[in-house]
Ligand binder design. Structure first.
Ligand code: EPZ
Length: 428
């Protein structure tokens, strides 16, 4: 077991390099299975969710060769299995993308229900509805989601909720279906556009990604290509929020500022100075944050995956802020941890009322999920003294070299392996 130990209270200063986007990578890797020949995927984040996806692909018969730490060559031509077991599936949410990718490739898929962060009920009804409208027969057998189709035929699919996962899964299943598929009320996140760009570069015919209507004209085959994944907007937003929280001055490199608009707007409202460059943003904070209300929404709204980080900064704002979660039922579980550090927050359903305190005080806390874990790091960095964060396995799912990146910005943060009562310090 590992924990992070932070001696906080120091402003972050310097530069940080943002990695490839987790939520694009976990869709693009399964999409490689739709190609007839090898793909080279660049700018892959080195995180445990990516490692888990690659393990599943290897098990299904793909040949995987790491060219360097962030580039992989995948030959999908020998994929011969359609089964993703519980052991393979339960560590990550994105395992559901194997349903769409395997249906698209083999017209057959059997995938255990996905795991991942717990935000309450995480249904797949819109994914399943989409596959059925395309002509697949879906069933639950022995606790596994089972899909089969003689052929998949393009059709019109209206999503009852704006779902990133359902939009991606339907794109994966439809890209080689016969005829035209139209997804209405589609999600518009940057990773959906990235997936469409990747599939189009392989020969797919997808129009409208990034709008609420995506049109997919099925093609017979897709060919292998070299493709580079977009930068991670949430990783970037996390370092930006940390810069604001610690009254720092940080240049965040390798970002697409357009993808950060809603985050930039809210941090500016809180008093941050933000300069935008072609592929970087500089965040400078000189004062105590101002109060600010935030409501999370599907893109281009404020991302739910930045909600815990921004709420954590607001715990020390001058005044009372209201944070409303517009995507997930239960994404405030981490507030109990912030309360241990002296935050004054009342949660009522999907709303948190945050009365700013002057400062947080260190305490042992837990990462209750991936982004909540990042929020705990921000809380530790902004409070003077030693904060311990347990359960960091969640954080490693989605943040590449987070200890090293914060250390380079001047943070005093260490990864510590806990062996019974003995504590062994690892390299930062
Ligand atoms: C993706 O999850 C991301 N995960 C999540 O990021 C992110 O929080 C979420 O999108 C929203 O942006 C990945 O990309 C791997 P959804 P996903 O389907 O696809 C409801 C992170 O921290 N819904 O857009 O699972 C659902 O309950 C992770 O990086 C249905 O009702 O999210 C939720 O309220 C955590 N039926 C809403 O839609 C369905 O069939 C949005 O979920 C599907 C979803």
């Amino acid at each position: 077991m590992e924990k992070f130990v932070i001696n906080g209270g120091k402003p972050l200063k310097g530069e940080v390099l943002i990695s490839g986007a987790k939520n694009a990578a976990v869709a693009i890797l399964p999409a490689v299975m739709l190609a007839e020949s090898s793909c080279i995927i660049e700018n892959l984040p080195q995180i445990s969710d990516v490692a888990a996806i690659l393990r599943v692909m290897k098990h299904l018969g793909a040949e995987i060769r790491m060219i360097n730490k962030t580039t992989v060559e995948i030959d999908p031509s020998h994929i011969n299995s359609f089964i993703v077991t519980k052991e393979m599936s339960e560590s990550m949410r994105a395992s559901s993308y194997f349903l769409g990718a395997l249906l698209g490739r083999l017209k057959r898929a059997r995938v255990a229900p996905p795991g991942g962060c717990n935000f309450g009920v995480r249904p797949l009804d819109q994914h399943i509805k989409g596959f059925e409208i395309l002509g697949a027969k879906m069933a639950i057998e022995n606790g596994m989601l089972d899909g089969r189709a003689a052929t998949l035929k393009g059709a019109s699919i209206y999503l009852d909720v704006v779902s990133v996962g359902a939009t991606i899964n339907i794109m994966l299943a439809a890209v080689k279906a016969k005829g035209l598929t139209v997804i209405e009320n589609a999600a518009k996140e940057p990773h959906i556009v990235d997936l469409a760009n990747f599939l189009n570069s392989m020969g797919a015919n997808i129009m409208g990604a990034g709008t609420s209507t995506i049109k997919i004209r099925g093609v017979d085959k897709l060919s292998g290509v070299t493709y580079s994944i977009i930068p991670d907007q949430i990783e970037a937003g996390t370092y930006m929020a940390a810069a604001v929280a610690t009254k720092g001055d940080v240049l965040v490199n390798n970002v697409t500022p357009k993808h950060l608009e809603s985050i930039i707007a809210k941090l500016r409202e809180m008093g941050a100075e933000i300069q935008e460059f072609d592929e970087a943003v500089r965040v400078t904070m000189r004062t105590r944050p101002k109060k600010c209300n935030v409501k999370t929404m599907p893109h281009p709204g404020f991302p739910t995956d930045m909600q815990p980080q921004i709420a954590t900064v607001l715990t020390v704002a001058d005044g009372t802020s209201i944070v409303t979660e517009g995507v997930w039922d239960s994404r405030f579980r981490y507030i109990d941890q912030l309360t241990l550090m002296g935050a004054n927050v009342q949660v009522d359903g999907r709303t948190a009322v945050i009365a700013g305190v002057k400062e947080l005080t260190p305490a042992p806390v837990e990462a209750v999920d991936l982004r909540a874990g990042a929020a705990m790091i921000i809380a530790g960095l902004m409070s003077k003294g030693i904060t311990e964060i347990h359960n960091v396995i969640y954080i490693d799912r989605g943040y590449e070299n987070i200890v090293e990146k914060f250390s380079r910005l001047g943070a005093d943060i260490k990864r510590v392996t806990v062996l019974d009562d003995n504590v062994v310090y690892k390299q930062a």
